[in-house]
Each structure stands twice: as structure tokens, then as C-alpha cells.
Design a binder for this molecule. Structure first.
Ligand code: OOB
Length: 537
């Protein structure tokens, strides 16, 4: 395995192979097989572009050859920051074919995240779109190149300006040595709880297992049409079953550049979309808009909702509003994914977040001392299994706390488990804000705030929000004159923090409530904020 990653113990790996979970296929080989099996079927629809499996395979091969000519080698890390455009899948599969390793970042990431990741990954190349959603990625690329000279190539889908146009990176199709299936295929990013985003190494074996099993659980076939509405770089739309699951089944992927009803509904109608996945706030927006839409959404069979807790009340409205089944999905980029499944009693779909993909997903629900709680009681979910990582990339110190000594990942989620094995997400104990599915690590934002000269201390906490579920609130103890909210936000933006991490609300206090051991009590802070008061003095 790539250095600085934690492999599964040999005994567990042997067990996962024997059970047939890990099949020794790589993503590069997968696309070649799909191109042979479904050559003339449409694989990807994005804007005016329609690619068959054969064309996708050809483009990936030629791009892989072009990347090799530029000097990108197997195991080199490449930062991929692309919205939902055809180049997303072409680039992903080109890198897989070459054996280089994509680091999938979100379109919303900015210099703070990208510079850190490019450095941490020692990336050799950075793939972007020219512009998306009013943001010019070439400006960001200039900064990244300046701060991380190891990034030798910037490849741009669209108008490249001084950089390399992605569509000129091309070479004659040739054979590549297939990667080791037990090696890292790609990096996902962790929602995280620490000062900097953590990189999640996913192997061909483990990730393909989750993709294949997800496609089976969701009943995907060559007739399935999956709409990628959320940014495809997220683990959910990428693999649960997402774009890779739809392709694995020989189905069709439709890329929506935006997840809004005005963009997605016409695509559902035109392409006869059967399945898509959304975070709860978007599901609410879609249900509201569907009431008056003139678009025919009747092809939609299943709406998946995940990434954050869907309220039972909203869950109960999905079928009436959109005329399709609801599937709840509770998962994490680190691995474990749970689904409610067709054929289960309606109640499970409406009130639980599903049960794990694999019979070999080990689940423990524990109290603060690490002891298992009685069945049905809430506690922290710990998990280990055939597609859950054993460690983040180059993060020894953090790994020692994020994983138990026997390899369970500590999710930081508070859940209860029903006798059926279904999981209900009750809350969270990790220091993170789940802003409508986007994860914000409190410490990361706090560290940026502490760099402001007028900030003596800062605590970032979640405040409840009717639409997003949670929003972020920065509570600040000033040094001298209190900075105002607009100033603090502008400061964070200038530091290149992703827009979704910029605090929605800012409160100034003279001191923080503390716990018995003198730490900031975020519980007290949240309580005070919920009561609508400035924090207690
Ligand atoms: C998905 O992945 P991440 O890595 O962005 O976030 C994982 C965290 C979980 O630990 C949990 O705190 C929260 O997101 N979460 C949910 C949830 N689904 C995820 N909390 C409550 N209810 C749910 N249904 O978010 C993700 C990855 C794969 C599939 C689906 C979601």
C-alpha cells in the first residue's frame, strides 16, 4: 500500500477476499470491462455531451497517455477539483488507468483547503474547470502554484489561459500496467474534527466492494439512470451507489451542474432519471417546488436522502410530494454506509437511517468509557469492516485517537440500534457542524479566527436551523475593541476558507462558560445561543 497509509491486518484482508468482497479488480480494469460489455450504451450525459461506454473508455485512455507524457506517474497524487461536467469521469478514470491517485476536493474548496491538501499529498498536478458557479478557478490555481511549487501542472477544462487545456492532454491509446487492487485508488476527504482536512485513502478492492454492493442493494440495472445532483466528489453521489454504482451496473449517469430544481427537474424529465441522492435541505426544496412544477418527474423511482438527519416528518412527505420511494442513507467517506432497503416495512424508511451494506460490517455502540451500551440505548457508533479505513493518510497522531487500538473507526455519531440492525442517528459528539450535509470542523474555523488580531478566543458551534438543520455560529472573545461580523467574515474569506465554513452568525462575549476541568463548555454555549441570549458572562 502507498506509504503513510494503514493497511488492513493480513488476517482481515484474507477474510474479506475469501468472502468475495475484495475481488482483485481495479477501477481502470472495471471501465475496460464495462466498455466491452456495454460498448454502445450511453454512460454519461452532461450538458450537450453524451458519451458511450466505449467513448468514455477511449477518452480515459488517451488522457491517461497524455498525463503519462507530461510525467505523471503511477501513485502520483493529483488534486481534482471539478464540478459535475463530463471531464469529471474522464479525469477520474484516466488517473485510475494510469495508476495515479486522484484527491477529490469539492468545488466549494478554496486556497486554504487546496494549498493544504496539495502540500500534504505532495500533489504533482491540479485539475480544475475554468469557472463554475461564478468562481474563477484559474485565480485559485495561480495561488496554489505559487505556494506549492511541487504542483507542476494545472490542467483546465475550458478556457485554460496560461495553463494547460485538459483537452490537449492526449496521447495514443496504449497499454498501462494495471494497479495493485489492494493499493490506494483515490482519496476522499474527511468532514473532520481537526484543524486541517484529513485525507481518506480508499483502495480499489474496498471502494469497488462498496460500489458493487450499493448498486445491488439499490437495484441498479442497465436501465437505471442516476442523476448526480450533489457534487460528484462527495462520497455519497460518487459511490452510494452514485456515479460509479450506476456505471458498474451498466446504467447511465446524468451530471447536473447544480442541484436546484430549476436545473435538475428538466434533466429528470428529459433523461427519464430513475434515481438520485440529495441532502435534507435540497430534499425539502425539491418537495416544495414539485407542487407547482410543470416538469414530468414520473420516471423517478427512488429519492435517496443522506448526509444529515432527515426529520421523520419530512420523510413522511416524500412519496406524496415526489411520487417516488424514499431511501435513507447514512454513511461516511471513511467507509460505513447504511441503507433502508426496498421491501422493508415503510416504518424503517421513514424513521431509521438504514442498516449497513455488509454482513461483515462490525458495529459497536458504546458509552463514554468505551463499554457497549445495552441494546436500543444511545451511544457512540464504532465500526470496522471490509470498506472502512484503518487510518487517515499521514496522520499518525490523529489516527491514535480516531481509531481504537483494535481498528474500529470512532464515528463521533450518537446512534441507537434496533433489534433489526437498523440505525437511528440521534446526535453527534464530535466537534463538527453538519450544515445541511456539508461538514464544518469547529477547530479549523476557530484556528482561522484566532489569527485575527482582534480575536482573543473563539468557539464555533452549531445552532439549529429549520432549513439547513444546523448553521454555524462563531462565538468570539475580543481583544480590545470587538471586531464586527462582516469584518470577521471578510477576514476568513481572505484566508481562502471555503464559503460553507464562513460562520452564519457571530456573537461577541466577554468570556466563555467553562467545564469543571476548565475547558470551554460548548454544551453551555449552545444552550445559551438556543435561548437567544448572548452567552453567559
Ligand atoms: C456522508 O459522508 P461524510 O463523510 O460527508 O459525513 C459523514 C457524517 C456521519 O458521520 C454523520 O455525522 C453524518 O455525516 N451523516 C448523517 C447521515 N448521513 C451522514 N447524519 C444523520 N443522518 C444521515 N442520514 O455524509 C455520506 C457518505 C456516504 C453516503 C451518505 C452520506
Amino acid at each position: 500500500m502507498l506509504p503513510h497509509c494503514t493497511p488492513w491486518p493480513a488476517e482481515a484482508a484474507a477474510r474479506y477476499r475469501d468472502a468475495g468482497y475484495w475481488r482483485g479488480e481495479t477501477f481502470g480494469a472495471l471501465l475496460a470491462r464495462l466498455a466491452a460489455e456495454h460498448a454502445a450504451s450511453v454512460a454519461v450525459v452532461a450538458g450537450p455531451s453524451r458519451l458511450t461506454y466505449r467513448q468514455l473508455d477511449d477518452r480515459a485512455s488517451r488522457l491517461a497517455a497524455g498525463l503519462a507524457e507530461l510525467g505523471v506517474r503511477p501513485r502520483d497524487r493529483v488534486i481534482v477539483q471539478l464540478p459535475n461536467i463530463p471531464e469529471f469521469l474522464e479525469t477520474a478514470f484516466a488517473l485510475f488507468r494510469l495508476g495515479a491517485i486522484p484527491v477529490f476536493t469539492l468545488p466549494a474548496h478554496r486556497s486554504s483547503e487546496i494549498v493544504h491538501l496539495a502540500r500534504h499529498a505532495e500533489a504533482v498536478a491540479y485539475v480544475i474547470a475554468d469557472e463554475h458557479d461564478g468562481f474563477d478557478y484559474r485565480v485559485l490555481a495561480r495561488q496554489v502554484r505559487k505556494e506549492v511549487p511541487g504542483v507542476r501542472h494545472v490542467l483546465v477544462a475550458g478556457d485554460a489561459q496560461e495553463f494547460t487545456p485538459l483537452d490537449t492532454v492526449s496521447g495514443p491509446g496504449r497499454a498501462f500496467t494495471d494497479s495493485d487492487p489492494s493499493d490506494v485508488a483515490l482519496f476522499q476527504l474527511s468532514g473532520g474534527t481537526t484543524g486541517t482536512p484529513k485525507m481518506i485513502p480508499r483502495t480499489h478492492d474496498d471502494y469497488l466492494y462498496s460500489v458493487r454492493a450499493s448498486a445491488e442493494i439499490c437495484g441498479l440495472t442497465p436501465d437505471s439512470v442516476y442523476l448526480a445532483a450533489l457534487p460528484a466528489a462527495h462520497n455519497f453521489p460518487m459511490s452510494s451507489p452514485g456515479v460509479f454504482g450506476a456505471l458498474h451496473a451498466g446504467g447511465r449517469v446524468v451530471m447536473a451542474p447544480q442541484p436546484t430544481p430549476s436545473v435538475a427537474f428538466p434533466l429528470i424529465e428529459a433523461e427519464r432519471v430513475t434515481l438520485t441522492g440529495l441532502v435534507p435541505p435540497l430534499a425539502l426544496l425539491w418537495m416544495e417546488t414539485a407542487r407547482t412544477t410543470r416538469h414530468d418527474l414520473s420516471s423517478l423511482r427512488t429519492l435517496q436522502v443522506g448526509g444529515a438527519r432527515l426529520s421523520n416528518a419530512a420523510a413522511a412527505r416524500v412519496r406524496g410530494a415526489l411520487g417516488c420511494d424514499l431511501q435513507q442513507v447514512y454513511g461516511m467517506a471513511e467507509g460505513l454506509v447504511c441503507y433502508t432497503r426496498a421491501g422493508e416495512p415503510e416504518e424503517f424508511h421513514l424513521t431509521t437511517q438504514g442498516r449497513p451494506i455488509s454482513p461483515d460490517d462490525e458495529i459497536r455502540v458504546v458509552d463514554a468509557t468505551g463499554a457497549d451500551v445495552p441494546p436500543g440505548e444511545p451511544g457512540e457508533l464504532l465500526t470496522r469492516g471490509p470498506y472502512t479505513i484503518r487510518g487517515y493518510y499521514r496522520a499518525d497522531r490523529h489516527n491514535a485517537v480516531a481509531f481504537t487500538p483494535d481498528g474500529f473507526y470512532r464515528t463521533g455519531d450518537i446512534v441507537s440500534r434496533l433489534p433489526s440492525g437498523h440505525i437511528v442517528v440521534e446526535g453527534r459528539e464530535k466537534d463538527q457542524i453538519n450544515r445541511g450535509g456539508e461538514k464544518v470542523a469547529a477547530e479549523e474555523v476557530e484556528n482561522h479566527l484566532l489569527a485575527h488580531p482582534a480575536v482573543r478566543d473563539a468557539a464555533v458551534v452549531a445552532v439549529p436551523d429549520r432549513f439547513l438543520g444546523e448553521r454555524t455560529c462563531a462565538v468570539v472573545v475580543p481583544r480590545g475593541d470587538a471586531p464586527d461580523a462582516a469584518d470577521l467574515r471578510a477576514f476568513l474569506r481572505d484566508r481562502g476558507l471555503a464559503p460553507y465554513k464562513i460562520p452564519d452568525r457571530v456573537e461577541i462575549v466577554s468570556e466563555f462558560p467553562v467545564t469543571g476541568v476548565g475547558k470551554i463548555s460548548k454544551r453551555e454555549l449552545r444552550r445559551a445561543l438556543a435561548a437567544g441570549l448572548a452567552a453567559p458572562r
